[in-house]
Design a protein around this ligand. Structure first.
Ligand code: SAH
Length: 387
């Protein structure tokens, strides 16, 4: 069906076309102190910066009144250059879903989606601008990979979301950002180092990080086995999600083209090892596509594949992307799919379709196209310059 893309797995610092300025959130806590000392600034200032960023979600050095003014100016350029600027936000679900479009220093656009539920608030963040994985049903995949994001750029999306929550900028009053999912634009495992640095920023206790528990973070992958293996060695028990989408290699070769490199068996074995090592059940993502991967026999095969594994299936009704001939499954087929899986004792949930009407649902993020579409959308709330 689709051709196998040229995929470069990046485990080193990304080679950016215009290098993103180095940022406090790119460094380890030790490096932060060392940088301060290098600049002739007492090491304790690094801790003050950390408190502003990760405890108060304040990335505007001008307002850091516990630091002398001249020093704030130095810090603004050397420690905390502005990496992401809000272009606009759009809201849906009565304000409980909010999609933010961010412009990076080089004009590249990425998106994040904040979703408030009764028991938690989750931000879905981007790890790359675009994506090189080329899954034919995903909007982000269609334009290819523009570039990797830095840890600073990834972390900045989380800080912004935490600030939105804390400020009470969503209906329901102030709340705490409780969950982070790497399910926005990009393949997190193809930008491994920056993703892991940002995971540490999110999980490290304050003041070094945001203090959100690793278990509340989900890293979703197409199944880059080398990445899953590396993650297994990190000792950070984030939730691993594997985008399987079908239990047979024949179809998966076209739905998730990287399957030509790592087959289903290898991917699941790597996920099993992750589960064994961390004690964490992993998640199998499965976008239900009408008459493509939603047949009863596939559910049966999936059930047999997963019945003795420490896995949970998350079914995602397909969010149709522009120009695609594919659509979501019929309700009766979805119900049957669930019933068969449950028959095998496999835990299964069907994901809600939050943000669908603002192209903010799973697989709909494609900033370059949406940037122009935004202006004509009646549900768009423009907040240009609000950041
Ligand atoms: N690259 C990562 C993160 C991608 S987005 C990964 O593939 O896991 C998170 C989930 O949304 C993935 O499971 C992805 O396959 C799914 N997805 C992509 N496009 C979709 C669409 N149009 N409808 C429903 N789910 C989609």
């Amino acid at each position: 069906m689709s051709t196998v893309p040229e995929i470069k797995l990046v485990f080193d610092e990304p080679k950016l076309r215009v290098k993103t300025p180095s940022h406090f959130a790119d460094w380890t806590p030790e490096e932060r102190k060392a940088k301060a000392v290098e600049l002739g600034i007492p090491a304790f200032r690094a801790k003050q910066v950390a408190v502003h960023l990760f405890t108060h979600y304040n990335d505007d050095p001008e307002t850091w009144t516990d630091i002398p003014k001249e020093l704030r100016e130095v810090l603004a350029t050397t420690f905390t250059p502005k990496l992401i600027t809000l272009v606009r936000s759009s809201i849906a679900d009565g304000g409980k879903t909010r999609k933010d479009l961010w412009k990076l220093h080089d004009g590249v656009l990425v998106e994040s989606v904040l979703m408030r539920y009764s028991d938690r608030t989750t931000v879905c963040i981007s790890s790359q601008a675009g994506c090189g994985m080329n899954c034919p049903f995903c909007a982000t995949g269609q334009a290819g990979l523009t570039r990797n994001l830095t840890a600073g750029e990834i972390t900045a999306q989380v800080i912004a979301a935490a600030r939105t929550c804390a400020n009470g900028d969503m209906p329901g009053g102030p709340t705490r950002l409780s969950n982070v999912v790497f399910m926005g634009m990009g393949e997190p495992m193809a930008n491994y180092n920056a993703v892991m640095r940002s995971v540490r920023n999110i999980t490290s206790p304050q003041p070094d990080g945001l203090g959100i528990g690793a278990r509340s973070i989900t890293v979703s992958t197409v199944g880059l086995v080398n990445g899953i293996e590396k993650l297994t060695e990190e000792g950070i028990p984030v939730t691993l999600a594997v985008s399987l989408h079908t239990p047979d290699d024949e179809l998966r070769d076209s739905l998730v083209p990287i399957n030509s490199r790592w087959k289903i068996k290898e991917v699941l074995e790597a996920a099993d090892k992750y589960a064994d090592r961390t004690g964490r059940r992993y998640s199998i993502e499965y976008a239900l596509i009408r008459d493509i991967n939603d047949q009863a026999w596939r559910s049966d095969l999936l059930g047999r594949l997963l019945r003795n594994r420490n896995a949970h299936v998350n079914l995602i009704p397909l969010n149709p992307t522009p120009g695609s001939k594919w659509t979501a499954s019929r309700q009766k087929d979805e119900d049957e799919f669930v019933r068969i899986l449950e028959g095998y004792g496999v835990p299964v949930t069907v994901r809600d379709t939050r943000g669908r009407d603002i192209d903010g649902a799973c697989g709909q993020l494609a900033a370059n196209e949406i940037a122009s579409a935004f202006t004509s959308s009646s549900i768009t709330e423009t907040t240009e310059g609000a950041q």
